[in-house]
Write a protein that binds this ligand. Structure first.
Ligand code: NDP
Length: 284
């Protein structure tokens, strides 16, 4: 049986260190402040927001939601983003995506101030992740993967890492972040030929595909570390990852569960980013 890499454990440890940081900041007269922007009703976003607000409140961060109507025009939406950019009381923003179709993400991503963009929406932050610049904001999910590796002292330097998935929110930035940490990274996707050959070679395998239980025993190397980013629903309506946990668990050395893995860490990373934004804005 492999070691289970508990995301909850990582989130709790990170939370404790953030509580201390916020208390120090409050001692200096600063309270970090987050604004979550949601356009229209999105049930999956509502659950995430509830979790994020609870996390921030536990840590001592002020967090609130700006709810915008589902039919808001692109121009009005941009106006709201500019207002938040200029609002000195707000340190960071999370814009829930996807945005409705009348708003072009490719256009509005240029409007959010990179200093307040906590989830790597702005192309400036994307460039910073590419360049490995520390003051940028990588997306929360890839950063959650890094927090898990760090917490369990799994150093990717020099290791063969395969990232399956190349989206802008998970696979692609995560591959760059692992490269920055000196891993030898292979990025796999739906057009990869002989995927199992690539994934079997990996000492660290990261699945960010969105296909329930796709990664089976014959796709993982003996003794590999497996990080499962996927959040899917299986044939019985239960949450599951991209990795078939029961199938691979006795072959690999370490594995994150779903639920209770990467997804448990993301809201705490969001809180970490709010604090980082405040510190950078105030040169603390
Ligand atoms: P996307 O659908 O945007 O990207 C999926 C990626 O997987 C694409 O690059 C696609 O390749 C690749 N892919 C699809 N099918 C295959 C296949 N058969 N073989 C190899 N590669 C394949 O998903 P996201 O990146 O947004 O999310 C990935 C997963 O992570 C989802 O399950 C999502 O729910 C979960 N997630 C979890 C979060 C968390 O907090 N834990 C947060 C965000 C996402 P191609 O580019 O060629 O199409």
């Amino acid at each position: 049986m492999s070691v289970i890499l508990s995301g909850k454990e990582v989130a709790e440890a990170l939370k404790e260190s953030l509580i201390k940081e916020v208390s120090e900041l409050k001692g200096k007269g600063y309270t970090p402040c987050l604004k979550i922007v949601i356009v229209g009703d999105r049930p999956d976003s509502v659950a995430y927001i509830k979790g994020a607000l609870k996390r921030c409140s536990e840590i001592g961060i002020e967090a609130s939601v700006l709810e915008l109507p589902g039919d808001i025009s692109e121009q009005e939406f941009i106006k709201k983003i500019h207002e938040l950019n200029n609002d000195e009381s707000v340190n960071g923003m999370l814009i829930m995506r996807p945005l409705p179709s009348q708003i072009s993400e490719d256009r509005v991503k240029y409007e959010i101030s990179p200093e307040k963009d906590l989830d790597c929406f702005s192309p400036i932050n994307v460039a910073k992740v590419m360049a490995g610049e520390k003051e940028g904001f990588p997306p929360c999910t890839p950063q959650a993967v890094i927090e898990i590796l760090d917490h369990f002292k799994i150093d990717p330097a020099g290791k063969k890492v395969a990232v399956v998935g190349r989206s802008m929110v998970v696979g692609r930035p995560l591959a760059m972040m692992l490269l920055q940490r000196n891993a030898t990274v292979t990025i796999c996707h739906s057009k990869t030929k002989d995927l199992a050959e690539e994934t079997k070679r990996a000492e660290i395998l990261i699945a960010a595909v969105g296909k329930a239980k796709m990664v089976k025993k014959d796709m993982v190397g003996e003794g590999a570390v497996v990080i499962d980013v996927g959040i899917n629903v299986d044939e019985n309506g239960k949450l599951c990852g991209d990795v078939d946990f029961d199938d691979v668990k006795d072959k690999v050395a370490m594995i994150t569960p779903v639920p209770g893995g990467v997804g448990s860490v993301t809201t705490t990373v969001l809180a970490k980013h709010v604090i980082k934004a405040l510190k950078q804005q105030k040169s603390l």
